[in-house]
Ligand binder design. Structure first.
Ligand SMILES: CC(=O)N[C@H]1[C@@H](OP(=O)(O)OP(=O)(O)OC[C@H]2O[C@@H](n3ccc(=O)[nH]c3=O)[C@H](O)[C@@H]2O)O[C@H](CO)[C@@H](O)[C@@H]1O[C@H](C)C(=O)N[C@@H](C)C(=O)N[C@H](CCC(=O)O)C(=O)O
Ligand SMILES: Nc1ncnc2c1ncn2[C@@H]1O[C@H](COP(=O)(O)OP(=O)(O)OP(=O)(O)O)[C@@H](O)[C@H]1O
Length: 532
């Protein structure tokens, strides 16, 4: 996890007059008027990230008001503060100009974009939203853009890439102040295309205000994050906002689920639709359709065909039908940006399709076939993703399918029993362990998942399937035992944390990388029984 002070920002920012910021956004002055010589060269909404010249934006938060940290921001060199009226009341006598906006969170993005010279307007920008597939799809878009000769920038759950600068991510979608600084740096180093994940939190919390995406993509919607959005329609509405003229110029929507059909129908921008599954009989014809899916290396080959006759055949290296959907979405998004179809086809052929590996997404740690089980690490951490990840691995598992997973603490407890049931429905051996408990009691989380698993196990038994369900709280031990006890034709899926290297347990960051634990257990097997 990176600290708030780690952020990618321009090396040579262009200072702007604070008075011009106040005028441009109609900001009132609470104290210490913005005299003409006060200059700002960037924006920060966390005092710990402030360097001299940063306009500190003190936001109201759920845990505290940013104005609490303004004095330290000024000590670090912030020449002025922008906040709301509540914050201004806390900052009397702070000794620097204090600008006031009624909706300071709403103005932050546009102010940061303005201070940095509207960097997004100088990049071709791609934003992907959806419950699952955002990370995978953005890696595929970036991979294709680079194959087409672009200098791509990538922002998402796993990492932030600006040219050769790479930082692990704290958030899937950064706060607006950090995001605009990042885009300004990208522009400064000649990046010409930005691909990023747009979480529903980010839209609701105005983090991408100040950007109008050239192409917005939608993967799917299923139950997740309802602890934040409250219910599915509200969650959908947050994502639907991305497909409005204020936030994007055009969209590409996967219509494999009803929410996708609804997204396409309600979009306020031109949208192309992509269908990768057989259409329900009354479904509208999609603009793009996937067909002729066939095994191809570790993933699938497929044909993408438009109603106007255009078609191309390509592949993805990532297993599972859902990764065909992600790959198809990625290709159509790049085509929707105006890339010439012949260039896209040639680039795909030269790159052997969308061969991008995505850290922690169906990442093969042990290929199997060497006397040891296949071991795959995936990020599936909700019911839909878990079902699909298990279904993706079942056809190529000759022996038993083993799943090691848990549920995240402090997130959407409603999905826990369903995840337990999904594991029993899709696997032969279920090893229930901890994910990131955060501040919740880990045993309580496991019990809630176990309740769903045991209920499903009873009905599986009645149907003649005897599923093994084990509970091993310590995740490293759970991975180790699952790999050591698996047979040579089994597959072990370790799901839920993917690329993550820190397990948050009651405020303590425990170093834990599922891939490292799985590799260690495979080595222990090899030492125990030399491969046949
Ligand atoms: C629900 C949510 O998104 N909360 C975010 C929000 O927290 P908050 O409103 O409680 O803010 P706060 O901690 O009270 O701080 C208030 C203000 O003081 C500032 N501050 C705070 C502390 C300090 O020492 N100095 C300082 O300046 C903060 O930067 C903030 O501007 O603002 C904080 C500062 O930017 C974020 O760190 C925090 O994200 C938390 C950590 C979080 O877990 N967010 C998750 C839910 C999230 O955003 N997830 C999505 C992906 C979801 C998915 O698809 O899986 C994401 O885009 O990552
Ligand atoms: N199109 C899809 N439909 C359903 N499940 C998917 C899809 N793509 C990926 N998944 C599953 O969801 C998991 C998360 O995938 P990915 O990280 O690409 O999505 P994400 O939306 O970025 O997730 P997060 O926002 O939590 O980072 C994968 O590990 C896989 O199990």
């Amino acid at each position: 996890m990176t600290s708030p002070t780690d952020r990618i920002r321009p090396a040579d920012p262009v200072p702007r007059r604070l008075a011009d910021v106040a005028t441009a956004f109609g900001l009132t002055v609470a104290s210490g008027g913005p005299s003409s010589e006060v200059l700002v060269s960037a924006v920060a909404s966390d005092n710990r990230a402030v360097v001299p010249g940063d306009l500190f934006v003190a936001l109201p938060g759920a845990r505290s008001h940013g104005a609490t940290y303004a004095a330290d921001a000024v000590r670090r060199g912030a020449p002025a503060v922008l906040t709301d009226t509540a914050g201004a009341r806390m900052l009397a006598g702070i000794g620097v100009p204090v600008l006031v906006a009624d909706d300071v969170r709403g103005v932050l993005g546009p102010v940061a974009a303005w201070v940095h010279g509207e960097p997004a307007q100088h990049l071709t920008t791609f934003g992907v939203t959806g419950t699952n597939g955002k990370t995978t799809t953005t890696y595929q878009v970036d991979h294709l853009l680079r194959a087409l000769g672009h200098r791509g920038g990538l922002v998402g759950t796993v990492e932030t890439r600006a040219g050769d600068q790479v930082l692990p991510s704290r958030l899937t979608t950064p706060e607006a102040a950090d995001l605009q600084a990042l885009l300004a740096r990208m522009r400064e180093i000649g990046v010409d295309a930005l691909t990023m994940e747009v979480s529903s939190h980010a839209v609701t919390m105005r983090r991408v205000d100040g950007i109008v995406f050239d192409v917005a993509g939608f993967t799917n919607l299923s139950q997740d994050h309802l602890d934040f959005h409250g219910d599915l329609p509200t969650y959908f509405a947050a994502k639907a906002e991305l497909f409005t003229p204020a936030r994007s110029r055009r969209g590409v929507v996967v219509v494999d689920d009803a929410w996708g059909e609804r997204m396409a129908a309600s979009a306020g921008v031109p949208v192309e639709t992509v269908r990768t599954l057989p259409a329900p009989h009354d479904a509208p014809t999609a603009d793009w359709t996937v067909s002729d899916v066939a095994p191809h290396g570790t993933g699938s080959a497929f044909t993408l065909r438009h109603t106007d006759g255009r078609e191309l055949r390509t592949s993805t290296a990532l297993p599972g039908g859902f990764n065909v959907a992600n790959a198809a979405l990625a290709v159509v998004m790049v085509l929707a940006s105006g890339a010439a179809p012949e260039h896209v086809s040639a680039a795909l052929d030269a790159a052997d399709g969308l061969s991008a590996r995505v850290p922690g997404r169906m990442e093969v740690v042990g290929a199997g076939g060497d006397g040891h089980p296949r071991v795959v690490v995936d990020f599936a951490h909700n019911t839909d993703a878990l079902e699909l990840a298990l279904a993706a691995l079942r056809p190529t598992t000759a022996g038993r399918l083993v799943v090691v997973f848990g549920a995240t603490g402090d997130r959407d407890p409603g999905k826990r029993p369903a995840m337990g049931a999904a594991a029993v429905a899709g696997a032969d051996v279920v090893v229930l362990t901890d994910d990131d408990p955060h501040d919740e009691d880990a045993a309580k989380i496991r019990a809630e998942v176990l309740a769903g698993a045991e209920a499903a196990r009873a009905s599986a038994r009645a149907a003649g399937r005897d599923i093994v369900v084990q509970e091993v709280g310590d995740r490293a031990e759970a991975v180790r035992r699952a790999v050591l006890e698996a047979g040579p034709t089994d597959t072990v899926l370790v799901a839920g944390r993917g690329h993550e290297t820190i397990q948050e347990v009651r405020g303590v960051d425990v170093a834990l990388d599922d891939r490292v634990e799985a590799r260690s257990a495979l080595r222990a097997r090899a030492e125990r029984t030399p491969s046949a």
